[in-house]
Design a binder for this molecule. Structure first.
Ligand code: PGA
Length: 258
């Protein structure tokens, strides 16, 4: 691994703002005791927690970034219930997840909306985590490479290459999300290689993460042998100890391989 690892905790629709501040502070305490030397850390709380988490990260100098889980691609206007990238920026948010499979499958976010959202995020100067991944039937039919290639191409084709450095890819097979069923090391390795082969040279510094039931036990092998550049973590990011163990696994692996 030559690119510095990145671990993002996706808190999904969990933790109210009091709980979110508490978890942020716990992460801060653990990082003080055992700092992450190489791994970049980001947490993605629900919208209503963003300001509180960004504030404690800032005031307590916790070395983590703050991400939103979604954003509306429009700048402002009549979009009841939505939030724009410029609003996030003003809160101290620096990252946005784009096209998470739960947004795609439950909230009708199609490829066109993903591409628009990605553009809105990077144009506003925020960093984007473009999420891709196949459902179980696609994997069983052996069509996963083509599926992921199509998702990547539809989001990235035509994107101004100046923005490439703001883009991270997260490969998250839907069948592994929240199921306890992790893709095995060989599957992750094959898909990491495939994703990198689909990306144009402008994206050679972009990190390719794996997501789907990552935990303290499987993180080390997924990063060492699976060759993921880090992780998008759901369930295991809701406890500071398990989140930090995943970060430590990335850190140790990077230190060994350098
Ligand atoms: P999980 O979620 O780690 O709970 O499987 C990953 C994600 O959805 O980002």
């Amino acid at each position: 691994m030559t690119i510095k690892p990145l671990v993002i905790g996706n808190w999904k629709m969990n933790l109210d703002f009091v709980e979110a501040v508490h978890l942020g502070q716990q992460i801060g305490v653990l990082l003080k005791n055992r700092p992450s030397e190489h791994t970049e850390i980001v947490v993605a709380p629900p919208f209503v927690d963003l300001r509180s988490v960004a504030s404690i990260v800032d005031s307590e100098r916790i070395p983590i970034g703050v991400a939103a889980q979604h954003v509306n691609p429009n700048d402002n206007g009549a979009h009841t219930g939505e939030v724009s990238a410029s609003m996030l920026k003003r809160l101290g948010v620096t990252w946005v997840l784009v096209g998470h499979s739960e947004r795609r499958s439950m909230y009708a976010m199609d490829d066109a909306a993903v591409a628009l959202t990605l553009r809105a995020v990077v144009r506003s100067g925020l960093k984007a985590v473009l999420c891709v991944g196949e459902a179980l039937d696609i994997r069983e039919d052996g069509d996963h490479d083509e599926w992921v290639r199509r998702q990547l191409r539809s989001a990235l084709d035509g994107l101004d290459e100046r923005f490439a450095e703001l883009v991270t890819i997260a490969y998250e097979p839907i069948w592994a999300i929240g199921t306890g069923l992790t893709a095995d090391v060989a599957q992750v390795h094959a898909m990491m290689t495939h994703v990198r082969s689909v990306l144009t040279p402008a994206f050679k510094e972009s990190r390719v993460l794996y997501g789907g039931s990552v935990n303290a036990e499987n993180a080390a092998s997924l990063v060492a042998e699976g060759r993921a550049d880090g992780f998008l973590v759901g369930g295991a990011s809701l406890k500071a100890e398990s989140f930090l163990a995943i970060i430590q696994a990335c850190d140790d692996c990077y230190a060994l391989k350098r």
